[in-house]
Design a protein around this ligand. Structure first.
Ligand code: NAI
Length: 334
């Protein structure tokens, strides 16, 4: 099938081309993000392969359908950037990669927790600068600390497994509790209880209408003073302005982000020679106790190989039978 791969980076080309030796699709790579301005570039492609920050709103989907596209093959798990109702209206089918390696994101979550707590990012710069002072680098032991996990699906569960190994007490919140998580010793509690008792809170729920700005001023007010907050799920689960206020007052003791609500204008590109116009992002960067990575939780060789295979397999199934178990419909939004 002819597939237009949008937002294609060198690593996307490498892993998709390697996997495609098995599937034999006709892949065309486009550096640009898919948007209302760039939709023309993929005219005539029956399948579009898109990533997290490609725009798939009503205007783009209507244009794609008119241009002959029938399939949107997301090479990611989250699908919050797709207007599913509009896709259905325009007869566009949407498939995704529901699971590739939850361990990649879970391990990156731990990298953020450990670096933020022990100030590794600051220590790295200090030592390179010949500054061996320990002032300001004080951390705490994870052993015995209470960690609240919001969303105990694949990634939340993998994170819980690692944290259990550190000897943490685990609290969890999810509208659909997972027996595997309880088996690890995690206790399912209400959000208020999780906020009240957790030293560290890690977000692993998808972005939905219910989870949009879940972490807002009211939620932060219910948390322990000095709480460490980690978000590797989707940026808009956190209200950035509320979190900035929490950091300024000291109520939030540390913030580790792999995702950011306005990341579409920033992440996955080299902007090091440009003036960043996003003042909220720049304010977040100015805090000594904030550590941000640019949506790299998924970025391991294992995950990229698995994403590439599942994406191309999804396209093959759609081409051969018109059906795919990894299809995304509004029924999945729960
Ligand atoms: P999953 O679908 O296996 O698990 C999500 C869990 O969140 C489910 O158990 C669901 O019941 C729960 N949930 C839904 N709404 C909730 C709410 N309002 N409050 C609490 N829990 C809620 O998804 P998976 O694979 O664990 O991924 C989680 C999220 O991680 C994805 O939706 C995606 O946004 C993000 N992600 C981030 C990556 C990165 O590179 N940083 C890579 C892959 C996923």
């Amino acid at each position: 099938m002819k597939v237009a791969v949008c937002s294609a980076h060198p690593y996307d080309r490498r892993f998709l081309q390697e996997a495609n030796t098995t599937y034999g699709h006709e892949l065309s790579f486009f550096d640009a993000r898919l948007s209302e301005e760039t939709r023309q570039m993929v005219a005539g492609f029956p399948a579009i392969c898109a990533f997290v920050n490609d725009t798939l709103n009503d205007a783009v989907l209507a244009a794609l359908a008119q241009q002959g596209t029938r399939l949107i093959a997301l090479r990611c798990a989250g699908f919050n950037n797709v207007d599913l109702a509009s896709a259905a209206r325009h007869g566009l089918r949407v498939v995704r990669v529901p699971a590739y390696s939850p361990h990649s994101v879970a391990e990156h979550t731990l990298a953020l927790i450990l670096a933020l707590n022990r100030k590794t990012h600051r220590a790295y710069n200090r030592v390179r600068d010949g500054n061996f002072s320990l002032d300001g680098l004080l951390g705490f032991e994870l052993r015995g600390r209470t960690v609240g996990i919001i969303g105990t699906g694949r990634i939340g569960l993998a994170t819980a497994e690692i944290l259990r190994g550190f000897g943490c007490r685990l609290l969890a919140h999810d509208p659909y509790p997972a027996p595997e998580c309880s088996a690890l010793g995690a206790e399912y509690v209400t959000l208020d209880e999780l906020y009240r008792d957790s030293d560290l809170i890690s977000l692993h729920c998808p972005l939905t209408q219910d989870s949009f700005h879940l972490i807002n001023t009211a939620a932060i007010g219910k948390m322990k003073r000095g709480v460490i907050l980690i978000n590797t799920s989707r940026g808009a689960v956190i209200d950035s302005l509320a979190v900035i206020a929490g950091l300024k007052s000291g109520h939030i003791g540390g913030l580790g982000l792999d995702v950011y609500e306005q990341e579409g204008d920033l992440f996955f590109q080299d902007l090091s020679c440009q003036v960043i116009q996003d003042d909220v992002f720049e304010r977040l960067l100015s805090f000594p106790n904030v550590l941000i990575t640019g949506h790299q939780g998924f970025f391991t060789a294992e995950a990229l190989a698995s994403i590439a295979h599942t994406t191309l397999h999804n396209v093959s199934l759609f081409e051969q039978s018109g059906a795919c178990p990894n299809e995304v419909t509004s029924a999945l939004v729960r």
